[in-house]
Unconditional design. Sequence first.
Length: 149
Amino acid sequence: MEVKIETANIKLLDTLYRIEQQCFDQEAFSKRQITYLLTDYNTIALVAKTDNDIAGFIIAQMEVEENTEFGHIITINVTPNFRRYKVATKLLGEIENLLKQKGITECRLEVREDNNAAIKLYQALCYQTVGKIENYYGKKHALYLKKTL
Ligand SMILES: CC(C)(COP(=O)(O)OP(=O)(O)OC[C@H]1O[C@@H](n2cnc3c(N)ncnc32)[C@H](O)[C@@H]1OP(=O)(O)O)[C@@H](O)C(=O)NCCC(=O)NCCS
């Protein structure tokens, strides 16, 4: 299966919102939040395209904390029928490259502590767990991960 990674744009809002709802329950971003993320100048949004479908997408925000600029992965989603084809691996790889091109040398993200698929993915891509955030997702806790790019 050939997958091309391309920049996402606001014309894909309905499709990306549908995928977000397929991938998350209560934690899904609203349409308004996705609109903001697709249009904010500080974000990078990419889609994974197959011949006929959008297989998934990723959005990162560029942030600064204590004088360190870092990329923050806000959401990554792959539709159920395209999972385990390395779509997420490609999306993360490409967004990391784009962050590096902007001079950013660190990527951070949160993951629900029981989201084994995502934790395995991040471990495979050399993200390190550096902390835990209590009640980050309502009553569920998050692991906080970082990677040096
Ligand atoms: C997590 C998610 C993005 C992974 O997408 P994907 O395209 O299937 O991931 P990849 O094919 O790139 O997986 C790469 C590696 O990650 C690990 N991995 C991915 N999914 C896994 C699963 N369900 N179980 C175990 N390991 C898994 C494996 O090591 C895999 O390599 P392998 O297939 O050679 O064993 C996808 O399952 C998803 O969209 N889930 C719902 C949304 C979500 O949880 N997003 C993350 C929020 S933090």
